[in-house]
Design a binder for this molecule. Structure first.
Ligand code: ATP
Ligand code: MG
Length: 573
């Protein structure tokens, strides 16, 4: 496996690396420790790769280490199967964390002790208000007459000034399971008039009788993210806690908990979330697509999950190339999906073997071909990679060609087959169309007829004849039946979340974004293994799907051959 830390742009500097450099130079930290903290409630998507690629590579560049920590303090939707999938996907991209695998659920006892410490300091209290009341007392941001956002002070809970002893007693009894779910919370005692709503006495613990996939029923109170996350970082000695921009407003709280708990001073730094056109990048949104049956699971090749991309035919190298090109930015922005596709094409062009397949078959009969003769034609496996060698392709008197490569009446500038016209059959002979067969009942063309010129083997025209078109084909008697799955973007709109009021974004999924067709492939495709990539000439890059059965390979189209990125780049320049 190539070393991901050696990818080009990772050595380049950016605002995060500058912060890290400064912190080492000033002695704020002696060494670097980062972490990637996924919640095991879904599979990783390409947005996550931006986050963990950054944390792993910053650690590596500065001679530090990166922890993989499962942020598993929210038992409702978490599960071991997600832990396994997340680990598999991080490894696939080329990262290894060795011993540094941690679980926030292992810190439950320590976190409880931190909470007790805050109660003792008068910095936390047990509240009897319901969730709804807490929200109401907290207040909301409202636009004033001049449309400037104001946050009028919230109201104190009547339980805010409970004594330390009473709080300690109630909190212990919350843990013991004396109170029903949702009846009490533990809250930090900060400032109900703080302009940042996150600082208005945030909830630290809630009562929830829910079995946890790792610790079972040991606990009936669970810590909230804002309390648990900074202290988990601190317990692991994380120096730079890199996270996406939606946590910026939580940073004062992150710092508050660390300071009040007198814990290791981890530093949170935010960067822009990755957004890509024509798709959505958040686990809870992807979860909806899965649970509402709009895709065939987390690894549907249309999904932006790593497992979906892998099944689609993406390579780790293509994804890393993409990451190296998008940069880091401090403001949110949208990356064109064409850039991702471009990176895939560049990579597959170098590594994918070429093959021929026909997806909308039409029979081509070579009338002057000697009956029963089969010739073996030589073909280069990959013009970009000599070591891929050559193969022999059987050629005979009956071939499959694409239906679109024949026209009874040719449109302007059509250089493929039509009566009287000649084309080159890739690797083979020049043929001239002599006629076609039509089903009188349906009007459908059932076969095209032609003659071949025996002196043109390999496609050379000895008499310098001009033959403009070259088409692909497979020998009918030798072809293997294949299934091909062709994909469009999952959403028809560039920004799927921007829908008119009253429209549920999920309802805009393009239901025709997956199309399944049957076709024929050249014999070598029968031996392909799951994950193998091919360039089907003139059709695109295809990857063998695990749904394949012996004698019936299934191929996913990874990406077409046409590159629209170059055009976009020109437009942006
Ligand atoms: P959810 O929608 O359930 O919050 P998520 O997609 O945000 O899911 P998390 O498990 O919350 O996933 O994220 C784990 C880490 O990955 C966080 O540190 C988060 O900052 C980062 N992350 C998640 N999505 C993106 C994204 N699109 N771009 C960059 N980083 C991301
Ligand atoms: Mg998130």
């Amino acid at each position: 496996m190539s070393d991901p830390a050696a990818a080009p742009a990772e050595g380049a500097s950016d605002f995060i690396r500058e912060f890290v450099k400064e912190d080492l130079a000033s002695g704020r930290y002696a060494s670097v420790r980062t972490r990637f903290p996924p919640e095991p409630n879904g599979w990783l998507h390409i947005g996550h790769t931006k986050a963990f690629n950054l944390s792993f590579s910053v650690a590596r560049e500065f001679g530090g280490s990166c922890n993989l920590r499962f942020d598993d303090t929210n038992p409702e939707k978490e599960d071991q199967s997600y832990v396994d999938a997340i680990k598999r996907d991080i490894r696939w991209l080329g990262y290894e964390w060795g011993e540094n695998e941690f679980y926030a659920s292992d810190y439950f006892e320590k976190l409880y002790q931190y909470a007790v410490m805050l109660i003792r300091k008068g910095k936390a209290y047990v509240d009897d208000l319901s969730d709804e009341q807490i929200r109401e007392y907290r207040g909301t941001a409202v636009p004033d007459r001049n449309n400037i956002t104001m946050t009028p002070p919230g109201r104190d809970s009547p339980w805010r000034d409970r004594g330390v002893e009473e709080n300690l007693d109630l909190f212990a009894r919350m843990r013991e399971g004396e109170f029903p779910d949702g009846s009490r919370t533990l809250r930090a005692r900060i400032d109900m008039a703080h302009p940042n709503l996150n600082m208005r006495d945030p909830v630290m613990y809630r009562i929830k009788r829910e079995t946890h996939y790792r610790v079972g029923d040991a606990w009936c109170i669970y810590p909230m993210y804002d309390f648990q996350h900074p202290l988990s970082d601190a317990m692991e000695g994380i120096t730079h806690s890199l996270c996406s921009l939606e946590f910026e407003n939580h940073r004062p709280l992150y710092d508050w908990f660390i300071r009040e708990c007198e814990a290791f001073p981890s530093r949170q730094i935010e960067f822009a979330r990755l957004n890509i056109t024509y798709t959505v990048l958040s686990k809870r949104w992807l979860q909806r697509l899965v649970s509402e049956g709009l895709v065939d699971g987390w690894d549907d090749p249309r999904m932006p999950t790593l497992s979906g991309l892998r099944r689609r035919g993406y390579t780790p190298e293509a994804v890393r190339d993409f990451l190296s090109r998008i940069g880091l930015a401090k403001t949110n922005s949208m990356v064109e999906i064409q850039l991702l596709e471009h990176c895939l094409r560049e990579d597959l062009n170098k590594r994918a073997r070429r093959a021929m397949a026909v997806l909308k078959p039409l029979r081509l009969i070579i009338e002057n071909w000697p009956a029963g003769t089969v010739e073996q034609l030589d073909a280069v496996n990959n013009p970009e990679d000599e070591s891929a060698g050559t193969r022999r392709i059987p050629f005979s008197g009956e071939l499959w060609i694409e239906r679109d490569d024949f026209a009874e009446v040719p449109p302007p500038k059509y250089f493929r087959l039509f009566p009287g016209n000649s084309v080159r059959l890739r690797y083979g002979y020049i043929v001239t169309c002599t006629g076609f067969d039509k089903d009188p009942a349906t009007g459908e063309i059932t076969a095209v007829r032609c003659t071949h010129d025996p002196d043109t083997r390999g496609g050379n025209a000895p008499d310098n004849r001009k033959v403009k078109g070259t088409i692909h084909w497979v020998s009918a008697a030798h072809a293997v039946p294949i299934e091909a799955r062709l994909f469009e973007h999952l959403f028809p709109n560039e920004r799927p979340m921007e829908v008119p009021a009253g429209v549920d974004w999920v309802s805009t999924v393009d239901r025709g974004s997956k199309q399944v067709v049957g076709g024929w492939g050249e014999p070598c495709l029968a031996d392909a293994a799951a994950g193998d990539s091919f360039q089907f000439e003139r059709l695109g890059y295809f990857c063998l799907d695990p749904d394949s059965r012996p004698g019936k390979p299934v191929f996913n189209r990874s990406v077409s051959l046409r590159d629209s990125w170059a055009k976009i780049e020109r437009k942006q320049a």
